[in-house]
Ligand binder design. Structure first.
Ligand code: FAD
Length: 321
């Protein structure tokens, strides 16, 4: 089986989520005696290609049309790579970018797609995937017998790919039919708070719940603790619905899936829809005034306390040390 893993990047380089998708790609290639490559696409990519080659061989498509993450040129580039290189399986981490681009790839290569899988294996000539539904309370097993297959994987369930002993080959590709679509252009990229890491990729996530009463308090308590620990800020849906936290911070069933080393829940009750987005975190700490709150059932460490009292003290003592 020939596997292609789509490399997504940010200012810091390869996204950790893509390294996790690569771990899945390596498993699939090893199981079938096949091979796995990155597709590193975009514009002016020397640094990114070099970084990616530390983990797997790279197919490099460097074109100005791919400078922005737009579905039309990107899906054309991925589909052309699939056709030219005889790819059987396209993998990417579940992300907004993958949601936008990968369905178009599946259509263009006349393949089929499964999104957001938590397990993937080959069974004879088919792929078998597990996809959680209803906040993880149901796991659906799907069989896909159409090639090429296009699959997005939930990064939180895979460990990041290990680097190779020495960098692999970087092979530039010339592709036909990759054109930008003048009907869709990017006006601007506005970053809310570039000083904090993305909630899906941070190793420490501090999330606030309904206990936090205003945006100012959110910034002071949740943001303050995040800054003291070098972490990202997240939120329960209660705070997003009330306009206290921005939508892109929501963790949970209808928000983002996170699996940091440390997840700190401040005044979050632990509804099943919230747990669906963070229960794979390695260690969970909860602060809540209600000792019977369900969040304590999944927490490794719990503190029965008022966040308005405990969090400023915590920030103060972290600043001192
Ligand atoms: P609450 O449940 O109101 O809990 C607040 C907690 O704060 C309580 O435990 C309370 O004891 C504690 N508290 C209060 N004051 C303090 C204080 N001063 N100090 C310390 N603790 C205090 N929710 C999500 O989060 N993410 C999702 O993606 C999501 N998707 C959903 C999808 C569907 C289809 C549905 C129906 C719901 C979804 N929800 C989601 C909503 C979810 O069911 C809960 O309503 C929500 O998670 C509750 O948020 P919360 O824990 O902040 O608030």
């Amino acid at each position: 089986m020939k596997v292609l893993v789509i490399a997504e990047s940010n200012e810091a380089g390869l996204r950790p989520a893509s390294l996790r998708a690569m771990a899945c790609g390596k498993l699939m290639a090893a199981e079938s005696g096949g091979d796995v490559h990155w597709l590193v696409a975009g514009h002016q990519l020397d640094r990114l290609a070099g970084e990616a080659s530390r983990y797997a061989p790279v197919l490099l498509v460097d074109r100005p049309e791919l400078a922005d993450p737009l579905a039309a040129p990107w899906s054309a580039a991925i589909a052309a790579t699939v056709a030219q290189e005889g790819i059987d399986l396209v993998l990417a981490a579940s992300s907004s970018f993958a949601k936008d681009v990968l369905p178009a790839v599946a259509v263009k290569v006349d393949g089929a797609m499964i999104a957001d899988v938590t397990s993937l294996k080959r069974c004879d000539q088919e792929l078998e995937a597990e996809v959680p539904r209803f906040a993880g309370s149901v796991v659906t097993t799907l069989r896909l017998s159409c090639w090429p297959a296009v699959v997005t994987v939930r990064p939180s369930v895979f460990a990041a790919a290990e680097p190779l002993a020495s960098p692999a080959e970087i092979q530039p590709l010339e592709l036909q039919g990759v054109a930008s679509d003048p009907r869709v252009t990017i006006e601007q990229h506005a970053s809310r708070n570039a000083s904090r890491p993305d909630v899906t990729e941070a190793s420490v996530v501090i999330s606030g719940g309904r206990a936090v009463e205003s945006s100012e308090d959110f910034e002071r308590l949740v943001g303050g603790l995040a800054d003291a620990l070098g972490g990202a800020t997240g939120s329960s849906r209660a705070l997003v619905d009330s306009g206290i936290a921005p939508n892109d911070m929501q963790v949970g069933q209808t928000g983002k899936q996170v699996a940091p080393h440390w997840y700190i829940a401040l005044g979050i009750s632990g509804a099943v829809q919230h747990l669906a987005g963070m229960k794979s975190s390695r260690k969970i700490i909860a602060i809540n005034t209600d000792r019977n709150a369900p969040i304590f059932d999944v927490a490794d460490y719990g503190l029965t306390a008022d966040v308005y009292q405990a969090v400023p003290e915590l920030i103060e003592s972290l600043k001192k040390n």
